[in-house]
Design a protein around this ligand. Structure first.
Ligand SMILES: [Zn+2]
Length: 412
């Protein structure tokens, strides 16, 4: 497949008139006047910008079904009174259509890979593969449902080595899993070189609880179990001490910031400038659509930059370039993926239509992507396959219809 005459970004500048050659799921050449040996019709890239596909570092994708179902509540009552009772009724079919609905949204927001923790991970994996996305998937584990722990390793064995799906381990949080459960999960992750995906230090109550009961912060507690390393994706990390930040840096753990979800649930604002000064690898996620309420990483970038400026009382904190780096290079590092527009990288890329008023005048394109992007994702390609072309995704209407049916069943 050949993309002709597209613009690409180089050191923040727009380079027009480039061709991108894709063969067997990889980018094989980027340059001028490239030829394609295949019979595929080339994609006309004129007026468009190619960027590497984005990674959404934290989702519960099937929760798209619960979008708008319970808003404007605090985290614990929201979970206890609304989300958990509804989740108790979830079936595999609900998850299948919730995941497909989520995939549609990801494709439309230029997200080619997501990292998820939820129920029915096999169904999530199948539905994701059918949709053609790349994903790091883990089945959620907590002690209230002890049967979930036993399902972790069989799931990993089934999906290990898959082209698109990378299985991971997903203890819900340090306050919902016992020490024994966490250690068991760590052992499985170590054995399979898998990532651990966990909610960490999300609320002040969580941290206060640990300090009182264990004399340690949740970060120090996980460290005492040997769980902080480069395969850890610690989600939220809102309530961190400077010592926690340095400990995460020293252990090379990754932090996934979910600014919008944290603001909506009033959990707080993560100390991202402190984390970055400590040299922690921070990337971005949206969290589930029931606490965001969309999966839009562009919106996440803008809100994150603006909120961090306010948290540190200076507009100089967090530039557009910095937040763009969180969404791209830092995410590639956290998930150990070879992405980017260069030969040898995975052919996960997105074409953005620059003929939109919010990209005009064409000056600082990274600033436009972070601060003014309001749509324009035109084409999404994953693993060398076109999943959306000129804004059209095949089968979209049917998926939305099924998702609506599942929502009505769940809430009836
Ligand atoms: Zn979450």
């Amino acid at each position: 497949m050949l993309i002709k005459n597209v613009s690409i970004l180089h050191s923040g500048q727009l380079l027009p008139g480039r061709d991108i050659l894709i063969e067997e799921g990889k980018i094989t050449k980027v340059g001028r006047d490239l030829k394609d040996e295949s019979d595929d019709e080339p994609i006309d890239g004129r007026g468009k910008l190619a960027i590497p596909g984005l990674i959404n570092g934290h989702t519960h994708l099937a929760m798209t079904l619960l979008r708008g179902y319970a808003d404007d509540m605090e985290l614990m009552p929201w979970l206890q009174e609304k989300i958990w009772p509804l989740e108790a009724k979830l079936t595999e079919e609900d998850v299948r259509w919730g995941v497909k609905l989520g995939c549609l949204e990801l494709i439309r927001f230029g997200i080619t890979c997501y990292s998820d923790m939820y129920y029915f991970p096999d169904t999530t994996a199948q539905a994701t593969k059918e949709m053609g996305l790349r994903a790091f998937l883990s089945g959620v584990v907590f002690d209230m449902k002890p049967e979930l722990l036993g399902q972790v390793e069989p799931f990993i064995r089934r999906w290990k080595g898959d082209e698109l799906i990378t299985p991971a381990v997903g203890p819900h949080a340090a306050y919902t899993c016992s020490e024994e459960t966490l250690l068991r999960e760590k052992e499985i992750a170590d054995r399979h070189d898998a990532m651990i995906h966990i909610h960490l230090s999300e609320t002040r109550e969580e941290v206060d609880g640990f300090l009182l009961s264990k004399g340690k912060s949740p970060v120090e507690y996980l460290d005492s179990l040997g769980m902080l390393n480069e395969r850890l994706a610690a989600v939220h990390c809102v309530w961190l001490s400077p010592e926690d930040c340095y400990l995460l840096a020293e252990r090379k753990a990754n932090v996934v910031d979910c600014t919008v979800s944290n603001l909506k649930l009033t959990s707080g604002i993560a100390p991202l400038n402190t984390l970055m000064e400590a040299d922690v690898n921070v990337c971005l996620g949206t969290d589930g659509a029931s606490s965001n309420n969309n999966l839009n990483l562009f919106e996440e970038m803008k809100v994150t930059a603006i909120v961090q400026k306010n948290a540190y009382h200076t507009p100089a904190a967090f530039s557009a370039e910095q937040v763009w780096r969180l969404a791209t290079q830092n995410a590639w590092r956290a998930f150990r993926l070879n992405l980017g527009l260069h030969a040898g990288a995975l052919a996960d890329l997105v074409l953005i239509d620059l003929q939109k008023p919010w990209f005009c005048p064409q000056s600082n394109i990274i600033s436009h992507l972070v601060y003014s992007m309001s749509g324009g994702v035109d084409t999404t390609i994953i693993n060398g396959k076109v999943l959306m072309r000129e804004g059209v995704i095949l089968g979209e209407a049917e998926i939305m219809e099924k998702a609506q049916e599942r929502f009505l069943r769940l809430t009836s």
